[in-house]
Design a protein around this ligand. Structure first.
Ligand code: ZN
Length: 519
């Protein structure tokens, strides 16, 4: 019997010296809370009850059990609890679970666990404090010699039994498990417009416990300085007498129910791979100036849409290991990249689906511009390899260059002899980026440099193809044309000619094991 369980709970508390005193104190408290229009579940909270199974029966059954265990002297009937405003009182009804089920129909997350958090109306904080003042006074009046003892009892936060009740239901309905550490979070936001400003009386206290400011933004006036921790602190310092002067104790009942909003968010997932870019008119990310797109298409656009569709995520954040200019091709094994999947309904896909995404990208209308390789799931920790490797990665380039005098076999031999062992160059911040970057001198390592003639034809005499393996961050264009002698040595000084210039550049390799082989 539920009423027996309630009786046993009270008996077990033993906060007074005798069972009889203990009983008298609790009966007085229950009566006082009922007089204040407190629902049965909130009464359990004020009694410090952490056995959440007692909160399980419906409000009506629980109320009957209370009446039979502790017959009330008199009772007032109000439809809505003055403290929780119905949020805990009717937590098992359709108002909360219905919208959650609806959201999961639209977003059928693969993850079979979930965690649950609640944002009750802000007025519930104030109302709980005011009800406590009412209870204190009631006990002082009805059991003056025992009233002090009630201070040993800690009121349970309404979110805890609410989480218990709603998770029980959702687990049964959805066949998912409640796990506090689940990557999938459901947030239930409860709002009660009629009481949303109730805490503002705290600005009128003698010590001004709450200080607020009005801010006008985009034509809307907002009150700032009323975050929950700030209001909680103000309520803690509020005195009962002052509360009685400035507002109503116990809090006034309301007949209007709360509105419910459900937010879901899954931890980010990560998918990695390498991309190749065959065009000299394609930037890495959409490149806009004053809202106008400069390049026709970007690498990220060719990739993210397919990933977003398969993972069913809200957004995709595209990150690469370094970058090449729009007019530089990315060939060879491709450039490592990863995508952060924001709120993915399907964070990890079956193995064959990664191959399918790869095929979709590589067979799409942009297949002559961008292709991908090795698309696979990666871990958050793997993304550090791309970020941290920035300074240490080596890159291999191939470039078509122009030389101011005809390329001779001696010149080719000179370059290859010099370049075989590798060498160090000194580069000042290039003129072309000097507006964005601090001026400084850096030394960079060219690990290898080699050169071949384009052909033996007369018209090709001033052209050559160079291949070089360099330290990350080397300015290749400047190394070739010398940047007004700000890059030394440079191609002209190595070849012993007046000038050299870079015509076309390809990246042929980015030295990074990626995606990590463990995947
Ligand atoms: Zn309540």
């Amino acid at each position: 019997m539920l009423s027996d369980k309630l009786n046993k709970f009270v008996l077990d508390q033993k906060i007074c010296d005798s069972d009889q005193d203990n009983n008298s104190l609790f009966i007085a408290a229950i009566n006082g809370l009922q007089q204040g229009a407190c629902c049965s579940r909130c009464i359990l909270r004020f009694m410090g009850c952490t056995d959440f199974s007692l909160y399980g029966p419906s409000n009506k059954i629980l109320e009957q059990a209370f009446d039979s265990a502790f017959p009330p002297t008199s009772k007032i009937q109000v439809p809505l609890c003055s403290v929780c405003l119905g949020t805990l009182q009717f937590a098992e009804q359709d108002e909360i679970i219905g919208p959650i089920v609806n959201v999961f129909e639209k977003k059928p997350y693969d993850t079979r666990s979930y965690c649950l958090s609640f944002t009750p109306p802000i007025s519930v904080m104030t109302r709980e404090r005011l009800m406590y003042f009412h209870l204190q006074q009631w006990l002082q009046t009805h059991v003056p010699e025992l009233a002090q003892k009630w201070e040993d009892i800690i009121t349970i936060d309404s979110k805890e039994p609410m989480r218990y009740l709603v998770s029980q239901q959702f687990t049964a309905l959805s066949d998912r498990v409640f796990e506090p550490s689940s990557p999938l979070r459901i947030t239930v936001v409860l709002e009660h417009a009629p009481s949303s400003d109730e805490h503002l009386f705290l600005t009128s206290t003698k010590k001004q416990l709450l200080v607020v400011r009005k801010v006008r933004k985009k034509g809307i006036t907002k009150i700032v300085g009323t975050s929950r921790p700030v209001v909680a602190e103000a309520l803690k310092n509020l005195e009962a007498e002052e509360a009685r002067v400035l507002t109503t104790v116990p809090p006034v009942p309301s007949s209007e129910k709360c509105t419910v909003k459900i937010n879901t968010l899954h931890e980010a997932g990560y998918t990695g791979g390498r991309y190749l870019k065959f065009s000299r008119e394609c930037s890495q990310t959409p490149w806009c100036v004053r809202g106008k797109k400069l390049a026709e298409i970007s690498v990220s656009e060719c990739i993210v849409d397919v990933l977003q569709k398969h993972h069913q995520c809200q957004a995709v954040k595209f990150t690469t290991a370094g970058r090449e200019d729009a007019n530089v091709r990315m060939l060879g094994t491709g450039r490592p990249f990863y995508c952060e999947l924001v709120d993915p309904v399907r964070p990890v896909l079956p193995a064959e689906e990664y191959a399918q995404m790869e095929a979709e990208i590589n067979e799409s209308s942009t297949k002559d511009v961008v292709q991908v390789r090795h698309i696979c799931p990666i871990q958050l920790k793997d993304t550090n390899l791309i970020k941290a490797g920035e300074e240490f990665k080596r890159k291999t380039y191939q470039a078509l260059i122009w030389v101011s005098s005809s390329v001779t076999d001696e010149m080719v031999k000179k370059c290859n002899d010099f370049g075989r062992q590798g060498f160090e160059i000194s580069q000042h911040t290039p003129v072309r980026v000097s507006q964005r970057r601090a001026m400084m001198e850096r030394s960079k390592q060219i690990h290898e440099l080699s050169m071949v003639k384009v052909s033996d034809k007369e018209e090709d005499a001033r052209f050559a193809v160079i291949t070089m393996n360099t330290q990350a961050g080397t300015y290749i264009k400047e190394f070739v044309h010398g940047d007004l002698q700000r890059s030394l040595p440079n191609m002209a000084s190595i070849l012993g000619v007046e000038a050299a210039d870079l015509l076309e550049l390809d990246v042929t390799n980015v030295d990074l094991v990626w995606p990590p082989q463990s995947n």
